[in-house]
Design a protein around this ligand. Structure first.
Ligand SMILES: [Zn+2]
Length: 157
């Protein structure tokens, strides 16, 4: 089982392209809302990174590798906040990450399936609604949607 593989020639251009397209969409939106320069870059990067997410249905995609890494950090972050004892903190992080890997292994959708759909954009939008405030909540759905557009894959579910 390869957890991280940062050099995958077939995928780099594709991921980079999705990032750039998401980034540019984010820049336009940030400009529209008159963000200051630094905020503009940060939120464009958020949109760019979000544009990688739909390809989590590819085990070897850059998105899957990056998300694996982010989730690894997140698992430990959650565990370190939940437990007081260092042993529990480490064990909790490992267990959470293993749960994620198992869930991914068993529930990974087929490529350009549900993660490349309006349904997924809707889910991402609803999550954004709870996490961010206006207008920041628009950047993640925008980045996500830019991926579907640039893939040329638009479907309901
Ligand atoms: Zn895709």
């Amino acid at each position: 089982m390869i957890l991280f593989q940062f050099l995958n020639p077939g995928d780099i251009l594709n991921s980079l392209l999705h990032f750039i397209i998401g980034f540019v969409c984010g820049l336009v939106l940030a400009h529209f809302f008159n963000f200051v320069f630094l905020d503009m870059l940060i939120w464009a990067a958020v949109a760019g990174l979000t544009a990688l997410i739909p390809d989590v249905d590819l085990p070897q995609s850059k998105a899957t590798q990056i998300l694996s890494f982010i989730l690894l950090v997140l698992c430990f972050f959650i565990s370190f906040n939940f437990f007081k004892n260092i042993i529990y903190q480490i064990a909790g992080g490992v267990v959470l990450f293993i749960i994620y890997k198992l869930l991914y292994h068993f529930f990974k959708p087929r490529h350009r399936g549900i993660t490349h759909s309006f349904f997924a954009v809707g889910v991402v939008f609803i999550i954004s609604l709870f996490v961010f405030n206006w207008p920041h909540l628009l950047f993640i759905p925008l980045g996500y949607f830019s991926h579907l557009l640039s893939d040329g894959v638009l479907k309901l579910i």
